[in-house]
Design a binder for this molecule. Structure first.
Ligand SMILES: [Zn+2]
Length: 217
């Protein structure tokens, strides 16, 4: 079975065309999951390929989003241009699928989504960085990014309007990230909310197990 294919992208910010290595959906196999549902992959790790970064301007987004993202308004465009310019001075992106390169790309997608006010995707970018640090065996860096992801999920829940169907996922991460970070009371509060409102969702099923672990520990 083939694992990779090549896709051509056009950057929605600068118009540059480039090719990127992609993973076939069928090639991804999940062996197990951690407490926060982080997948442990067999063979290929799709997290190393998920973010597309324009090699010319460093505009970055998840592969599903990259070409369809709308950058609205002059202010947004200016802000993004400035931040990407600063990023280009600070870091060099290589066309490699290593954990270190993937972290850089998720950091860039975090910047882009934050300028575009897509806080859930900022949170997910940081969560993925934490997960890669976990795979690298760097617990302090992992914790730093779990905290950042948690802050973004909190603000998303508090200030943004989101799809009702997203709420179980958001509540689950508010619970489980607090749990991992040792905030037991906060974790319990979010799990109660998740179980009270969305008892039939898949996230509630996992949330119920985590909540029981929390009460037992
Ligand atoms: Zn570009």
């Amino acid at each position: 079975m083939r694992t990779f294919w090549e896709k051509e992208f056009t950057c929605p910010f600068c118009g540059h065309r480039f090719k990127k290595k992609m993973v076939f959906f069928d090639a991804v196999k999940i062996k197990s999951r951690d407490i926060d549902l982080k997948p442990i992959f067999e063979d290929v790790n799709p997290m190393l390929y998920e973010v597309v970064t324009c090699p010319n301007c460093y505009f970055s987004a998840f592969d599903r989003d990259f070409e369809t993202i709308k950058i609205k308004g002059e202010e947004t465009e200016k802000k993004l241009k400035k931040l990407l310019e600063e990023a280009r001075k600070k870091i060099k992106i290589k066309d490699e699928e290593t954990p270190t390169e993937a972290i850089k790309r998720y950091a860039l997608s975090g910047i882009v989504y934050s300028v575009l006010n897509q806080r859930k995707k900022v949170a997910i970018s940081y969560l993925k960085i934490a997960w890669i640090f976990r795979e690298m065996g760097k617990p302090e860096d992992e914790k730093r990014y779990l905290e950042r992801a948690l802050r973004e999920f909190e603000n998303h829940f508090k200030y943004d309007s989101y799809e009702e169907s997203d709420e179980p996922m958001i509540l689950f991460y508010l619970g489980v990230l607090n749990q991992i970070l040792g905030n037991r009371k906060e974790a319990a509060r979010w799990y109660e909310r998740l179980l009270g409102k969305h008892r039939d969702s898949l996230y509630a099923k996992v949330g119920r197990e985590r909540w029981q672990d929390l009460r037992r520990s």
